[in-house]
Design a protein around this ligand. Structure first.
Ligand code: SAH
Length: 352
């Protein structure tokens, strides 16, 4: 028998095509979407306006499997970190962060990661496989169900694809996930509330700008010269700054959306006045914003966070140069906040 398809992974257009393939009218797809995303049922049998016979057909072909919660941590600031278990036993992390404007979920796009950035805990575990679009939708639905169970009135309203993995190494699934999330009949999350973060996969940045989606792009820059970036991000060898910056400008021209450059501040590495000057020169023509991230220290390396004074000095210098800059708010300082830490801990325990 053919393998069943997880219905959460299908865009509305894909589901329409499948329904037509089953001899149904296109409207079936919207009807099913409404059960999945508005009424949030967990079985085909709850779909009371679908005939019993057709529910049997659906059960033969599709599943509504969701990731299950393997373990969770909650911070005193309300941040929730879940370690989900997937159908094949793989584990991934998903985080919920509380902002004044709403709840943002940080989605994992790959099991492990091959980017091998020197500062990041996620890359300690190599990529095992892509996370499917159904598993990305599932991370959000299962989080919303947890919030509902707790009687919370605000569900997930913002999405950042910034968890473990390089989203543009799993491009098609990520785009599919965004289409389900953004669809008014689906999760109905506004495009401007969705951000994808890439380490700088140049051809996909260009493609992303041509998707016609009004979603945001963040680029993990972290260094203003090839010399420094080469030391911490191996991807810079394949896509150095002279390729990355024009790709960002191409994205801007096509999407008309300003890019956010993420810049981790690491003590005595990329936090000097000279680095800041070079950064300004590099990104000025792109019209991009900067999001400064005081480095989140992890046990596995010796990188340190700079003093608050240095962070503010860097921030002020960018602002004075006319570059819109924010300092990232820190969440979950009392739990395993840095990317990949919770999973790394469990996977290591397992292999010991
Ligand atoms: N691969 C994508 C998305 C996942 S990483 C990317 O590189 O953008 C999400 C963000 O967290 C990236 O900007 C990454 O550089 C940053 N990050 C990773 N480890 C960190 C740490 N220990 N402290 C602060 N930021 C970190």
């Amino acid at each position: 028998m053919e393998e069943k398809i997880n219905m959460y992974g299908l865009t509305l257009d894909e589901l329409k095509a499948q329904m037509v393939g089953l001899g149904q009218k296109e409207y079936r797809a919207k009807q099913l979407y409404s059960w999945l995303y508005k009424k949030d049922v967990s079985s085909f049998d709850e779909m009371s306006d679908v005939s019993k016979d057709f529910r049997e057909v659906l059960k033969q072909r599709y599943t509504l499997d969701l990731p299950t919660i393997f373990t969770s941590q909650e911070s005193s600031d309300g941040t929730i970190k879940l370690l989900y278990k997937l159908a094949d036993g793989q584990k991934i992390e998903t985080v919920l962060m509380r902002y004044i404007y709403g709840n943002a979920i940080c989605i994992t796009s790959e099991v492990g990661c091959n980017m091998a950035c020197a500062f990041c805990a996620s890359g300690l575990l190599k990529k095992v496989r892509n996370v499917t679009s159904a598993e990305m939708v599932g991370q959000l639905i299962a989080m919303n169900r947890l919030l509902k169970e707790r009687g919370e009135d605000k569900l997930v309203s913002h999405i950042v694809v910034m968890g473990t993995g390089e989203p543009f190494d799993n491009y098609d699934n990520v785009i599919r996930f965004i289409r389900v999330a953004n669809c008014q009949f689906g999760l109905d999350i506004g495009a401007r509330h969705i951000t994808v973060s890439t380490a700088g996969v140049v051809p996909k940045i260009i493609q992303y700008g041509r998707e016609g989606l009004q979603v945001n792009l963040a680029v993990s820059l972290h260094a203003p010269t090839n010399e420094l970036r080469d030391k911490i991000m191996p991807i810079n060898k394949a896509y150095p700054l002279e390729k990355l910056i024009p790709a960002v400008m191409d994205y801007y021209q096509n999407s008309k959306r300003e890019v956010t450059f993420e810049y981790i501040l690491i003590n005595n590495f990329n936090d000097t006045e000279e680095c800041c000057k070079k950064l300004i020169e590099l990104i000025k023509p792109t019209k991009g914003f900067v999001n400064l991230i005081p480095y989140n220290e992890v046990m596995e390396n010796d990188f340190k966070r700079p003093s608050n004074n240095r962070v503010h000095f860097f921030h002020d210098m960018l602002l004075r140069a006319g570059i819109k800059t924010t300092i990232r708010k820190e969440f979950g300082a009392d739990i395993d906040a840095a990317c990949g830490q919770l999973r790394a801990r469990y996977e290591k325990k397992r292999s010991n």
